[in-house]
Structures are given as structure tokens and as C-alpha cells.
Design a protein around this ligand. Sequence first.
Ligand SMILES: [Ca+2]
Length: 155
Amino acid sequence: MNRTIPILAALLPFASKAEVCFIPDITANWFEAQEICQSWGANLVTIPNNSANNAVVECILASSTGGNNVMTNYWIGANDLARPGTLKWVSNGKIATFIPWGPGEPNNAGGSEHCVNIQPYPKDGGGHVWLWNDDGCYKKFKFICEQAVTCVQEP
Ligand SMILES: [Ca+2]
């Protein structure tokens, strides 16, 4: 679990809301993943902008323990099942507007890719850039849960 985010939120005097992300060391299809997140009072992660995408990447890299391979695909909380071509977030039903697709994505391979994961693409000159891919919802991947943390300012 990445504990950096809630600690920072607690230090902000007027913070009303923050999120904490966690990545279980298991794989699941998109629907199972969302159910597992919900069982912990969370949702698959919502990524509304680039800074949130960067925070998710930090969360992924921080989940590396004991040499597990973090360079893989992770389900996030977006799909276009209700209306193909329109991505919505499972946490709040909002239409996704920030959508950093990877090269050649979304390709809707086989006409059956309606859920979104984030994955590392090698960068020229080394390192990786983490971008999104539409994929088959029933494929099993690791996944990222996000739980809202409410902070109340004490009088
Ligand atoms: Ca794809």
C-alpha cells in the first residue's frame, strides 16, 4: 500500500478528500477486480488527469516487494461497455476526458476490448512511459484499487 498520499492529505489544513491506492498481489478479470476493490470500500482507480496518472505509476512502482514484477498490465476503473467508444469511470459514472492511449490503441482487437488497463511502454533512450490499452474485460490482470480518505479539520 502506498501510504504517502493519505499522510500528505492529513497535513493539508483544509483537505477534505484524498485517495489512497493499493494493489493486491493477485490477478482478476475487470469485473472481479472491481468487486474485490468494493469489498474493501474502494473502487478500481479513477485517473482524471496526468498528475493522477503519475500518482498511479508511483503507486505501481511502490508496490514492488520482494522482486515481484511490476512491469505488467493493471486494470483501471474505466470501460466503454455501456456505449462503445465512450469511456466511463466506474467510481462516479463520469465520461473520461483525459485518455492517454498507448501507441496503436485503442484497437478494440477482435471487436471485444472494452475495459482499460495501464501498462509500461519502453521509451527511446531507456525507461518507460505508462499508457493505456483497451483489453478484453475477462482477461486476468493485476489491478489498482483506490479508496477515498476523508479528512476532517479539527476545530
Ligand atoms: Ca487494445
